[in-house]
Design a protein around this ligand. Structure first.
Ligand code: NAD
Length: 480
């Protein structure tokens, strides 16, 4: 059985306390590796190494740092198959998804910031006849990056790449539920002979290892993606210490479908936006609002297609949905299906666990579930479920659907389906979300600001936003 190790100061090391916990394969429900149960003393070592590496790393030219980022992307690509298999095994996602989405995107993240950093310029503001202001953008020092389990390497690298490219040294903690590809990333560091101490990866639980990263006085910024409750805990500790905070949190995104949309394109995209990665993408549209003129047709065709979708073990190339990430998460999602029934919902498809044959009979599978007949403000329609569960709700007018769409505490993303140009712009303007897709879903340009409003977070990732986050502006005035 593989024993995962921390990677500190360029070395694979065991946690100082010598304790490990089980890494479970969601497809089978069995233990397949051991994860370091790191504590504050391990984080201390990692922060010390990062702090010592900072002056030489931040002193490199941007071309040199860009070259290192490119080596990361090439290093992952060189181990593509290994990464794809590991991500699918660790998370339970279909191998196709890891192959076409997760790992290619991790490669792109490094590539994007390898080149992005070379085009990142600071500002100058001339005061005519008086003088000139120029703004330096300095790296912060040691920063903490903490990521969730749903898109493990994809989101881990989305933080690490801009942090490193802008000259910071990093202490990073992947989710304890899906640590494996972060461990493989350390092997890439060995492959490319990456300078020691610049990126340190510590494994373990959030309340121990994660907490130690957040509360350490040397970490100047925390870039966190995960649940809203965890985000609050982190903010309570980090805000009084005046750390920079980027918090990418939960969502309960509306998918708004008007009568005049291109029906077929909408339907095939809605299947993905509902159930890709077993619905465990923060951007999934879990509340589907359909205008009355096409509601019955939508319901009939959507339900028929979803009832035919294949839930299977991740290695099955025909699997459309794999396993959800853990037993506790499966139980949470199933409990929400029970709640929906109590709240008066009708299950149109799914609504139950799926049992596969051995050796997958102890795996965590849920049938894609469609629920109708719920009020827009009931708990099922307000709380994040983060699984293969959507609700469908009819509406008549724009005003009515806006009220329902904006009724949650969250404001991450929204999708709008219509061919009415003016309506599309009106809705995009009025909807409370950080990201809006019109006649599309999850089309990502890495230059655009990524993040949410309300309880979906604070700050933005992506492009200049990420590079601004990981640098401190210093304005200098020179008199003529
Ligand atoms: P989580 O909040 O439980 O954990 C996320 C990470 O934080 C893990 O690495 C965990 O170990 C760590 N952590 C937990 N407690 C901590 C603490 N007290 N101090 C420091 N670190 C701590 O979230 P999860 O269950 O892994 O992920 C699912 C959540 O992530 C969902 O709510 C989902 O919407 C959200 N998410 C948001 C985005 C986005 O971009 N907005 C993207 C993906 C996932």
């Amino acid at each position: 059985m593989e024993i995962i190790q921390n990677y500190i100061n360029g070395e694979f090391v065991a946690p100082k306390g010598g304790n490990y916990f089980d890494n479970i394969e969601p497809a089978k429900g069995t233990v397949y590796s051991q994860i370091p149960d790191s504590q504050s003393e391990d984080v201390e070592e990692a922060i010390k190494a990062a702090n010592e590496a900072f002056s030489s790393w931040s002193g490199l030219s941007i071309e040199a740092r860009g070259d290192w980022m490119m080596k990361f992307s090439e290093g992952i690509a060189a181990r593509m198959e290994e990464f794809v298999e590991a991500e699918s095994r660790d998370n339970g996602k279909p191998i196709k998804l890891a192959e076409h989405v997760d790992i290619p995107r991790a490669i792109s993240n490094f590539k994007f910031f390898a080149t992005g950093i070379q085009h990142y310029a600071s500002e100058s503001h001339e005061m005519v006849g008086i003088g000139i202001n120029y703004t330096l953008r300095k790296p912060l020092g040691v920063v903490g990056c903490i990521s969730p389990w749903n898109l493990p390497l994809y989101l881990f690298s989305w933080k690490i790449a801009p942090a490193l490219a802008t000259g910071n040294c990093v202490v990073a903690k992947p989710s304890e539920v899906t640590p494996y590809t972060a461990y493989l990333l350390c092997k890439v560091m060995e492959d490319i002979n990456f300078p020691k101490g610049v990126l340190n990866i510590v494994h373990g639980y959030g309340h121990t290892a994660g907490d130690a990263i957040v509360r350490h006085e040397i970490t100047k910024a925390i870039s966190f993606t995960g649940g809203t409750t965890t985000g609050k805990t982190i903010a309570k500790i980090a805000a009084p210490m005046f750390k920079k905070l980027s918090l990418e949190l939960g969502g309960k995104n509306p998918n708004i479908i008007f009568d005049d949309c291109d029906f077929d394109e909408m339907l095939s995209t809605t299947i993905r936006s509902s159930f890709a990665n077993q619905g465990q993408i923060c951007l999934c549209g879990s509340r589907i609002f359909v205008q009355k003129g096409i509601y019955e047709r939508f319901k009939a065709e959507f339900v028929a297609k979803i009832k035919r979708s294949k839930v299977s073990f991740p290695n099955n190339p025909k699997a459309q949905l794999g396993a959800v990430v853990s037993k506790s998460h499966m139980e949470k999602v199933l409990s929400y299906i029970d709640l929906a029934k109590e709240e008066g919902g009708t299950i149109l498809a799914g609504g139950h666990q799926v049992k596969l044959d051995a050796p997958y009979d102890q795996g965590f599978y849920i049938a894609p579930t469609i629920i109708e007949g719920l009020k827009f403000d009931c708990r099922t329609n307000q709380e994040e479920i983060f699984g293969p569960v959507v609700t469908i709700t009819p509406f008549e007018t724009e005003e009515e659907v806006l009220q329902m769409a904006n009724s949650t505490d969250y404001g991450l993303s929204a999708t709008i389906w219509t061919n009415d140009l003016k309506r599309a712009h009106r809705m995009a303007n009025d909807i409370e979300a950080g990201i809006v897709w019109i006649n599309a879903w999850l089309v990502r340009d890495l230059r655009t600001p990524f993040g949410g409003t309300k309880s979906s977070g604070v700050g933005r990732e992506g492009g200049w936003e990420a590079m601004k986050f990981f640098t401190e502006p210093k304005n200098v005035f020179v008199k003529y």
